[in-house]
Design a protein around this ligand. Structure first.
Ligand SMILES: Cc1ncc(COP(=O)(O)O)c(C=O)c1O
Length: 398
């Protein structure tokens, strides 16, 4: 069966009592034992729950892994995987990763728990130079957030295998429909399911998918021990959202390409970052490695603080908000929003300047999206801050 069909069928066999088409929400903390030591497969929801299991099964299938664990946020997925390492282990991480990932890695380093190097993983020499005797993992985000740099996963996987270190890939930006890191050599895939997998901006969630049964067991043990597993209702929402993933992604991508082409030709735009554009330095690699280019577009604005403020405050369809991957279009300034948690020197090294604006392109009518951006990029018009948007200059720490 094609994956589109499998997604629609996901969870349908969960209700053996009444055969409901929609999987039930097993909103229970605990399950009755049938005898001492005998259950119907579940004993306590932190350790296992049928609604969450239905979601985990489809995650594992989508990513081609031996097993998956659904957890309560994308950061919970990341912290659960980081809990697999021992004191002093060294991790090499993409230098332009999500701000929250950088914040957590730096906090663990400052607490003396791990060692970390942030490296431009598009440069194979930098990766080789970063390796230490106690390196245990390479952590990759591709496309990266927010500049959409593309890392060659097969190349990094070859290095990881030879060095006997784990390759972990954050696949949030593309979803398993557009990129399958395990097939390219990754050992663990993490997701913020808050984004495309759920797709409706109404839940925060995460997922961890393991290549091998052994790794899966270790991750499931750690998630249960740390209590990071996802609640039944949130699992049910993601299970509902994921059924329309192929349709949504198609529209996200078509809109994103049209938006990127519009921005590329706009006089007030310095540079557009979208791997689907032939001008993007990772275009050729992305065309080989990915099954699509996704719905995220970033651009550097020509102008200063006034123009940046003008763009962020003028859109009516694009909402000024963090997050990505929902059906609605969002606009944000990474330096003060999604990447505010990142140390300023790390932001500078990654090229995340104040002029960079990130768009999560939704599934609205493309004409409305282009008209909205055209209006926001027209600096001849005065736009006064209004309502809740007046606090735009405040630093946010999501
Ligand atoms: C690439 C990436 N990974 C992980 C996360 C963290 O996810 P969550 O907000 O669900 O904890 C985010 C959040 O924006 C992200 O963009």
């Amino acid at each position: 069966m094609s994956i589109n069909t499998r997604l629609v069928l996901a969870g349908q066999q969960t209700d053996t009592c009444y055969n409901s088409i929609v999987p039930p929400i097993y909103q229970t903390a605990t399950f009755r034992f049938e005898d001492i030591g005998v259950t119907r497969g579940f004993d306590y929801t932190r350790s296992g729950n049928p609604t969450r299991k239905a979601l985990e099964d489809i995650f594992a299938e989508l990513e081609g892994g031996a097993g998956a664990v659904a957890v309560n946020t994308g950061m919970a997925a990341i912290s659960t995987v980081l809990a697999l390492f021992n004191a002093g282990d060294h991790i090499i991480c993409s230098h332009d990763c999500y701000g929250g990932t950088e914040r957590l890695l730096c906090t663990l380093r400052d607490q003396g728990k791990i060692d970390v190097s942030f490296v431009d993983l598009t440069d194979p020499v930098a990766l080789i130079d970063a390796r230490k005797p106690h390196t245990r993992a390479i952590w990759v985000e591709t496309p990266s957030n927010p500049l959409l740099r593309i890392v060659d996963l097969e190349q990094v996987a070859l290095f990881a295998r030879a060095a006997r270190v784990l390759l972990v890939v954050d696949n949030t930006f593309l979803s398993p429909l557009l990129q399958q890191p395990i097939a390219l050599g990754a050992d663990i895939v993490v997701h913020s399911t808050t984004k495309y997998l759920n797709g409706h901006s109404d839940v925060v969630g995460g997922a961890i998918i393991a290549r091998t049964e052994e790794l899966y067991r270790e991750i499931a043990f750690t998630a249960n021990a740390h209590g990071t597993t996802a609640p039944p209702f949130d699992s049910w929402l993601v299970l509902r959202g994921i059924k329309t993933l192929p349709l949504r992604l198609r529209q996200h991508e078509a809109n994103a390409l049209a938006v990127a082409r519009f921005l590329e030709n706009h006089p007030n735009v310095e540079k557009v970052f979208y791997p689907g554009l032939e001008s993007h330095e990772g275009h050729e690699l992305a065309s080989r490695q990915q099954r699509g280019f996704g719905g995220m577009v970033s651009f550097a604005l020509r102008g200063g603080a006034t123009e940046i403020r003008h763009v962020l405050l003028s859109t009516k369809v694009f909402a000024l908000a963090e997050s990505l991957g929902g059906v609605e279009s969002l606009i944000e300034q990474p330096a003060t929003m999604s990447h505010a948690a990142m140390r300023p020197e790390q932001r500078a090294a990654a090229g995340i300047t104040d002029a960079v604006i990130r768009l999560s392109v939704g599934i609205e009518d493309i004409d409305d999206l282009i008209a909205d951006l055209a209006h926001a990029l027209d600096f001849t018009e005065d736009v006064a801050p209004h309502g809740s948007r007046a606090g735009v200059t405040e630093e946010l720490h999501v």
